[in-house]
Write a protein that binds this ligand. Sequence first.
Ligand SMILES: NC(=O)c1ccc[n+]([C@@H]2O[C@H](COP(=O)([O-])OP(=O)(O)OC[C@H]3O[C@@H](n4cnc5c(N)ncnc54)[C@H](OP(=O)(O)O)[C@@H]3O)[C@@H](O)[C@H]2O)c1
Length: 309
Amino acid sequence: MRAARIHQFGPPEVIVVEDVTRPVPAAGELLVRVVAAGVGPWDALIREGKSKVSPPPRLTLGSDLAGAVEAAGPEVTEFKKGDVVYGVTNPQFCGACAEYAITRAKMVARKPHGLSEIEAASIPVVAVTAWQMLFEYAHAEPGQRVMILGAAGNVGAYAVQLAANAALHVTAIVSAKDMDYVRKLGAESVVDSERGEFEDSVPAVDIVIDTVGGETRQRSYAALKAGGTLASVVSTDFAPPRADVRSVFFYVDVSNERLKIISELFDQGKLLPQVGTVLPLEEVRMAHRMLAGAPHERGKIVLDLARSD
Ligand SMILES: NC(=O)c1ccc[n+]([C@@H]2O[C@H](COP(=O)([O-])OP(=O)(O)OC[C@H]3O[C@@H](n4cnc5c(N)ncnc54)[C@H](OP(=O)(O)O)[C@@H]3O)[C@@H](O)[C@H]2O)c1
């Protein structure tokens, strides 16, 4: 089977699409015939050797996927051959960009009914991250105010939709080109991040959702109410400038239970998938160049395993 792999850390050019042996599922695992695989910033960190959770090369890239169960390993009771699932491969975020992938059965769920596999593969890591930030780490409640840094990004767009659905008041911090986009997703107020002192022009918030880091995150503390929470998924190495607020960092835990909650919201029409550029597996290097800034459509980059150009 074909797989997008690295034999050493480095730039997108280290990625090779090569033939490897089809894996066999062990206990608690599924072999999935991959129809589509998502590509996200953490894949670039793995390729560059900067991930704290992935193994050393040789490895197959990719974690988000959607496809059909080809075989279930021992002790798997919830899925059988032919079920169409979406989710992630494993806690090391590796192995999805291939014609067949092994997933932990506990890290996938049945694909939402109304979505294609391309749409479904765009969802797991970013939607579950946004869910966990808001409701598990920041304990968001209806009526609270939340500021979302990077609200037009893939995690941010779900954070806006999930927060608006839960009757939170959303302030989105985005660059000027994305202001209309996040209003349509449900943001009540929108601030241009490139305008100076954005933190002074917004009402005080209960929660900051950080998908950007750096100076933007440090400045956002000025808008946080005493007792408020800043939830970040960007980097652990930051020093909160205030002692009267809570700061949390975490790695996403994509689970069957959380995916079922997300699926239900899609089934109810309360979430919309945000698919950007779709490429065949052979263009995986281009997908990684896009992560580094090469032009691409807004939304999630997805590899279409059924297409070969
Ligand atoms: N810890 C975890 O488990 C976990 C899970 C998921 C994601 N993450 C991390 O979370 C981050 C976001 O992921 P993603 O998939 O959402 O990335 P993404 O789709 O690239 O989104 C990032 C967004 O931030 C915007 N942005 C950059 N600088 C900004 C600024 N100063 N002010 C406002 N917006 C700004 C970007 O806008 P432009 O396009 O205009 O630059 C883009 O819309 C990444 O670092 C990723 O690795 C971590």
